[in-house]
Design a protein around this ligand. Structure first.
Ligand code: AMP
Ligand code: GLY
Length: 422
């Protein structure tokens, strides 16, 4: 395998870390990568919007496998681009094509899919520009709080949960007027589900699937889940309330019908499927699908995977997942995200980072680059500190004690990751 990973976050650093245990780092490339990925392969300065440049690099460097980390390149159709060009079609793209990626790229598409395949999800209706009155009439049939979602990708900001009808009506107007551009020219209004969130992940070869360990991430910036949403402030795996009964419901009611649906629709889906679930009184409901792994969930899920990741990727190509016996580390894995002061609002980059000796944790770099020979912050989420433990507390204690050896000006992190699960 000679692989190019696309992305520059903690997720991509974890992919590179895992692959570097299996194949020569000479065969691992990351575009654009970060200071951490540079330890596991070669960083390449490519724009993820520039498919032509990515294709040219793959040819000139004899890349045989492409692993897109984030949803944008998949939704933009990187797999279609490679498959449609004579010069690139021999290169294997591990991820869904443009249609499959709509599971994440269009909430309306995902909802229709769930309804068609009888997958539990919140009651909903979709509305287009010009249908404001219908949307407001539908709101009146719902109870507060109201859940209003931009149909398309909106950089994680496209979901609004207003408490009052007046605010909800206003939100309908703003979104349909183009608050998120094309992404909110259609909106989904759905029932508010009350429960605790948990994420499940599967990898599929288009026919069979491997269920990865579940994880819970912590999205808000502040302790006790307060303040604005972030990309994710930490994660734990496994999740204590996921017992066999709940897991079986997830498999039978969500995972299997999703896989059947993907096949039935002939999406030729391969790659990751991320199930964003909510546990409502012991029953799983799908809040969202993503067509890629989560970040920071990858930083706790992939370390638990004992199988070879490169073998899984290769077997997805040949449709031979049935040969794989998935094996996971039974210990807990937790990660704490260290973020820049000010994040998720305005924050400054370029802060020198000191990392002392960290022996009990794995540090996955995210927004970090090397400049003038020193590590400097280069993003809102700067690094993820992951640790194993026989108990969740032991794993968390290790991450928090490792963090004492890491510092940069303005460094912020949540001290309550996992506490709600104790
Ligand atoms: P999404 O982008 O669809 O994952 O939504 C972002 C966040 O909004 C989720 O992680 C949930 O916390 C919340 N959310 C979305 N849909 C619902 C819903 N139907 N009921 C309650 N909370 C929701
Ligand atoms: N951590 C949530 C996500 O990756 O979408």
């Amino acid at each position: 395998m000679r692989i190019l990973i696309l992305g520059s976050g903690g997720r991509e650093c974890t992919f590179a870390w895992k692959l570097a245990q299996e194949i020569s780092t000479e065969n691992i490339f990351i575009a654009p990568g970060n200071a951490g990925t540079a330890k596991y392969g070669t960083n390449v300065d490519l724009s993820l919007k520039d498919f032509e440049a990515i294709g040219n690099f793959c040819i000139s460097h004899s890349i045989d496998t492409l692993l897109p980390g984030s949803e944008e390149t998949l939704v933009d159709g990187i797999r279609n681009y490679f498959e449609n060009l004579e010069s690139l079609k021999h290169i294997y793209v591990f991820g869904p094509d443009k249609t499959g990626a709509l599971l994440e790229g269009s909430k309306d598409f995902a909802k229709k899919f769930m309804v068609k395949y009888n997958i539990p999800t919140a009651r909903y209706e979709s509305f287009k520009k010009g249908e404001e009155l219908l949307a407001k009439a539908f709101l009146k049939t719902m109870k507060p709080p109201y859940v209003i979602k931009a149909d398309g990708l909106a950089a994680g900001k496209g979901v609004v949960i207003p408490e009052t009808l007046a605010e909800a009506e206003n939100c309908v107007d703003e979104m349909l007027r183009g608050q998120f551009g094309q992404a909110s020219s259609t909106i989904v209004i759905e029932e508010f589900l009350k429960g605790i969130e948990v994420s499940f992940f599967a990898i599929t070869d288009g026919k069979d699937y491997i269920l990865l360990p579940e994880a819970k991430d912590y999205k808000r910036i502040g302790e006790n889940d307060t303040g604005p949403n972030t990309g994710g402030m930490g994660a734990v795996s496994p999740v204590s309330f996921v017992d066999d009964t709940f897991k079986n419901k997830v498999i039978e009611q969500v995972v299997k019908p999703t896989m059947n649906g993907l096949q039935n629709e002939s999406f030729h889906y391969r790659g990751f499927v991320f199930f964003g679930l909510i546990n409502v009184d012991g029953n799983p409901f799908v809040i969202e699908y993503n067509c890629r792994m989560g970040d920071p969930e990858t930083e706790v899920v992939l370390p638990r995977l004992k199988n070879s990741f490169s073998e899984i990727i290769n077997k997805a190509k040949t449709g031979s997942f049935s040969e794989i016996v998935p094996q996971f580390d039974q210990r807990y894995c937790t990660t704490i995200m260290l973020v820049a002061g000010g994040y998720p609002g305005d924050y400054t980059k370029g802060k020198p980072i000191e990392i002392g000796t960290v022996t009990n944790s794995i540090v996955f770099h995210a927004g970090i680059k090397i400049s003038d020979g020193i590590l400097k912050s280069n993003g809102g989420r700067v690094m993820a500190v992951s640790s194993f433990g026989e108990t969740m507390i032991e794993a968390l204690d290790k991450s928090y004690s490792s963090i004492k050896n890491i510092n940069f000006e303005g460094m912020n992190y949540r001290t309550d990751i996992g506490k709600d699960l104790l």
